[in-house]
Design a protein around this ligand. Structure first.
Ligand SMILES: C[S@@+](CC[C@H](N)C(=O)[O-])C[C@H]1O[C@@H](n2cnc3c(N)ncnc32)[C@H](O)[C@@H]1O
Length: 405
């Protein structure tokens, strides 16, 4: 089975540990049976020589999980930046946006809806969207979506941009025509070589499936594709990664937005992720009172700055800047003063998640759900970790719960 894992890693960057070796085993067995191969050795000979079958195997292992307005604040930020900053500064230009990977299209289409809602004329922007999965792109180009694509409580956008279609919803032509979909493997050496740079890039929830060297290659690609002054949005669990690779947080709470560090600013490199993970400054509140508890004064160098805002907002801001230890301490202090709440546990879950401390993150999301069983984001983040750990059925139960909300 290892040779199949290596093939997938070499071709598309997939780290078997990220989805669990059992998922890969199942996909290989299914494809081998579909090709009527007598055994896995025969299937190996076939898949290693047939690009068409390799694509089929890729289709069987990709995780196309996505939905409209996923991590809502990213789209609010996009709309704000485009209309308030970019447009006035570039009245003659067309804003170039990239969704990579776009999966079944919900992400690039959300970009269009957010910009349209904010008042940016359709002639002023254009979205390019790529994914390795042909199957996902077929769905994206069709533009018809079921209820799985509309999650959370606020789906009013559906009434404005969609019309009912055979028990599902069809997206309006004006939104669909703003996006150009194309199949592409972001790890292929020739991917978008020579392309013009993009002002805005969404590259969310894919780096987590790559191993460390592949993540570095992907970040180098994003750095090449992002225009000076442009903004890169990543997924909540991916922000720690960017900070140690030439990007700086755009400091917008819960947007997970980054800019390239400019050479004019002295580059103070964040410690490698391992160092962040092991930095002993974050003591979860359950352990507060122990001798190892950090002195708050020493880990809050900008206490005056954060004291003026809501402590949880300040903690979120620090987490977005990669200052995970400090964010954790603020959460712990907040919980000591105000008592536990679903929101503070959720935030601590995100912080642990970003630091790669998955067991702690699971504990936090579970506590959030104990206090508020309808905490939508905790359900989804917990589902995601369980899936990564190979517990697909546990993840599905949580997703079903989230969907029913
Ligand atoms: C979890 S979805 C993320 C979709 C969207 N960005 C979001 O956050 O909702 C991950 C997508 O990455 C795509 N993918 C995985 N490896 C890829 C690669 N090497 N090049 C391009 N797309 C890839 C998969 O096909 C899948 O659709």
């Amino acid at each position: 089975m290892v040779i199949f894992e290596e093939l997938l890693n070499k071709t598309m960057g997939m780290d078997a540990a990220s989805i669990g070796p059992s998922m890969i085993r199942r996909a290989v067995s299914e494809r081998s049976a579909a090709c009527q191969c007598a055994d896995l050795a025969t299937y190996w000979d076939f898949v290693s020589q047939s690009p068409t079958e390799l694509q089929q195997l890729i289709e069987a292992v990709v995780v196309p999980e996505t939905w409209f307005f996923r991590d809502r604040e990213a789209f609010a930020t996009l709309a704000r930046v485009a209309v308030q900053q970019w447009w006035p500064a570039h009245p003659e230009k067309v804003l170039r946006l990239l969704s990579l990977p776009c999966s079944t299209g919900e992400e690039p289409f959300t970009m269009v809806m957010a910009l349209q809602d904010a008042g940016l004329p359709l002639s002023k922007f254009r979205v390019d969207a790529f994914d390795i999965s042909e199957r996902a792109l077929v769905i994206a180009r069709r533009g018809i979506y079921g209820k799985n694509s509309f999650r959370g409580k606020d789906v009013v956008f559906r009434d404005r941009f969609f019309e009912p279609h055979e028990g599902a919803h069809r997206l309006s032509e004006s939104v669909r025509s703003q996006v150009r979909f194309e199949q592409g493997n972001m790890l292929h050496p020739g991917f978008l070589s020579g392309a013009e740079t993009y002002d805005i890039i969404f590259c969310r929830n894919v780096l987590i499936y790559f191993d460390r060297p592949t993540q570095e290659r992907a970040i180098a690609l994003l750095s090449r594709l992002l225009a000076p002054g442009g903004i890169l949005f990543v997924g909540p669990s991916e922000s720690g990664l960017l900070l140690s690779h030439g990007f700086a947080s755009a400091k917008i709470p819960l947007a997970f937005a980054f800019k390239k560090e400019t050479p004019a600013v002295p580059v103070v490199k964040a410690p490698p992720r391992e160092a962040i993970v092991r930095r002993p400054v974050f003591v979860p509140p359950v352990r507060l009172g122990m001798a190892s508890r950090p002195a708050v004064k020493t880990v809050l160098p900008q206490q005056a700055a954060v004291a003026t805002s809501h402590p949880l907002e300040a903690a979120t801001r620090l987490a977005d800047q990669g200052r995970l230890g400090e964010a954790g301490v603020l959460c712990a202090a907040y919980m000591k003063t105000h008592g536990p709440s679903a929101q503070v546990y959720y935030l601590m879950g995100l912080i642990h998640d970003a630091a790669g401390e998955l067991d702690e993150a699971i504990g936090d999301y579970r506590k959030a759900l104990y206090l508020n069983p309808s905490h939508h984001e905790s359900l989804l983040h917990l589902a995601f970790i369980l899936e990564k750990q190979g517990n697909a059925s546990g993840a599905q139960v949580l997703r079903n719960r989230a969907r029913r909300l």
